[in-house]
Design a protein around this ligand. Structure first.
Ligand SMILES: Nc1ncnc2c1ncn2[C@@H]1O[C@H](COP(=O)(O)OP(=O)(O)OP(=O)(O)O)[C@@H](O)[C@H]1O
Ligand SMILES: [Mg+2]
Length: 521
């Protein structure tokens, strides 16, 4: 599996290009202050300019101004004072202001920043704001060039790993990694900052006295923590594969045909990287189950994107949260990004009755734009939804996905298969039952309801302390009113919607599915 995002210019090259192009104000969004300052020092060196670094605690510190010494000016700790100094300084130079974001809203600071934006263009001076959060007053939005610093690339992690291991060896630590283990370690660390990687390896040395292949699970666990901290993403487990999914033959065939689609070989053959699928359909028929099975089928980590959670927390941060989550997914690629119950998470906010000032609309548009414009980033999206009436139509247009599948109620033969799966999972032999009869009786049942039938039957048998029988299953069917009966109109509505818009996930046809429905050939 090797679907890495296309390489983009390093942050060093990008910043250097902006400085050369005389962008007066840069805003670097990053958690990695140290790495970014190192890169800025390299840029300053390459351009033969001094680098002045401001922090609130240290004031202004200058490196590389020709005499090889650091100078510090602690009188310049005041935000306005340092900006005044930049304005007056006659020499070219790079000014990095670290964590300046709390001050940008102060009237004087805001005014000075605007003045600087104009004055610096012709000056050979560049002001660089370095901060984990993007905070820009409205008046400055046109003046500032924002660069979101990507997490370290594969090559940067690789390079840094060399430095770390050299350091560990020099201080008497042991490092035992062969070429393959090293590669695996670097791949596992993708999505971490250099500092996080370094800390994890240091922890391994403390715990085990050395760095060897045992460190890889540690790195993965640490990464799981990082994902957890990102409010809207979480790692999900894929314990079950397609062997646990009954029916849906078309969907399975579609995925099987693309098994090697993530390989470099497929790329060089001229195939575009797969983008993902959307599963629309009746409740309880295996959409979420299939999403997990896809990740397992492709052997990719599964990230669950909870859109509902991006709306939680500080108002006005929702778009930022969405962007951060999507970006993190890109950093963790190759992976499956599972957006479950697409419509519910969005509709929950829309219907809350609170006017949200267009936030939901902007979140939707951020997601659609991302779905539309991306390509070759190694993120395989699996989106699921069942209530199409509440779904923003622009989200599920073709072109956002490789294919949109319609998941219908199972046919008689499929119901039999689903029953077998759930019996087998509970260590019963399907051959001991007349499943044909149960499946016929369970007309209109969803996969979830069939699972319930097996469970209810088991309860019955257990109550009498006797083996499970076909009669128990039939009894359970009798006791159940399937949702498709009570929600007949909704099921019909989904079918009508899917017609012409989606491809059937299953080729089977019988009286459970009217012939005229969705995508029927
Ligand atoms: N095709 C199927 N094969 C085997 N089991 C199934 C199938 N469909 C549903 N089930 C069982 O029902 C449970 C619920 O299904 P799942 O969560 O995948 O439904 P869904 O389509 O995502 O429903 P919803 O629209 O409510 O989210 C599954 O965990 C599984 O045990
Ligand atoms: Mg579901």
């Amino acid at each position: 599996m090797s679907a890495r995002p296309p390489s983009r210019p390093s942050i060093r090259a990008e910043v250097e290009a902006y400085v050369r192009a005389r962008a007066p104000l840069l805003y670097l969004v990053t958690w990695e202050e140290e790495r970014v300052l190192r890169e800025l020092e390299a840029v300053a060196g390459a351009l033969k300019k001094p680098l002045h670094t401001w922090t609130e605690t240290g004031g202004l510190r200058t490196t590389g101004d020709g005499n090889g010494e650091h100078t510090e000016d602690r009188r310049l700790r005041e935000p306005a004072a340092v900006l005044g100094r930049v304005l007056r300084d006659e020499r070219p130079g790079l000014y990095a202001l670290v964590d300046f974001h709390p001050y940008v809203e102060q009237p004087l600071v805001r005014r000075l920043l605007r003045d600087l934006a104009h004055a610096l263009v012709t000056s050979g001076k560049t002001l660089v704001l370095v901060s984990p959060r993007l905070a820009l007053p409205f008046e400055l939005q046109k003046e500032v060039t924002v660069v979101e610093v990507p997490l370290p690339s594969h090559a940067e992690l690789d390079e840094h790993l060399d430095a770390i291991t050299a350091h560990l060896r020099a201080s008497g630590g042991e490092v035992q990694l062969d070429r393959r283990e090293r590669d695996e370690l670097v791949r596992s660390a993708q999505g971490m900052t250099l500092q996080e990687l370094e800390q994890t390896l240091a922890l391994a040395v403390v715990k085990a006295g050395r760095v060897d292949r045992q460190v890889i699970p540690l790195v993965l666990a640490e990464k799981e923590q990082i994902v957890k901290k990102s409010t809207a993403l979480e790692y999900a487990r894929w314990d079950q594969g397609f062997e646990a999914v009954g029916g849906l033959d078309q969907l399975k065939a579609f995925l099987r045909a693309r098994r090697d689609a993530f390989s470099e070989e497929a790329r060089s053959f001229g195939l575009p990287a797969p983008r993902g699928i959307c599963l629309i359909g009746v409740q309880g028929c295996g959409k979420s189950l299939s999403a997990k099975a896809v990740a397992r089928f492709y052997r990719l980590p599964l990230l669950r994107f909870d859109i509902g959670r991006v709306f939680a927390g500080i108002v006005g941060r929702s778009e930022e949260n969405v962007r951060a989550a999507l970006k993190l997914a890109e950093q963790l690629a190759p992976c499956v990004l599972w957006i479950d119950e697409l419509e519910k998470s969005l509709a929950g906010v829309q219907s809350s009755g609170v006017s949200d000032g267009g936030t939901t609309a902007r979140v939707i548009s951020t997601i659609t734009t991302w779905l539309q414009e991306r390509g070759g980033d190694g993120v395989y999206v699996v989106a699921t939804a069942n209530d199409i009436s509440r779904l923003p139509p622009e989200l599920v247009r073709k072109g956002r996905f490789d294919e949109i599948f319609f998941v219908d109620l199972p046919t008689t033969a499929e119901r039999e298969e689903v029953l077998s799966i759930h019996l087998r999972r509970r260590e019963r032999d399907p051959a001991d039952f007349d499943l044909g009869a149960v499946a016929r009786a369970a007309h209109g049942f969803s996969g979830a309801e069939l699972e319930e039938v097996v469970i209810a039957g088991l309860y019955e048998a257990f109550a009498g302390r006797r083996p499970l029988t076909t009669g128990d299953l039939l009894g359970a069917v009798e006791q159940t009113v399937p949702l498709s009966l009570t929600m007949h109109e909704r099921v019909a509505g989904i079918r009508a919607w899917a017609e012409g818009r989606a491809r059937r996930a299953s080729s089977a046809m019988d009286d459970a599915r009217p012939r005229s429905a969705a995508g029927a050939p």
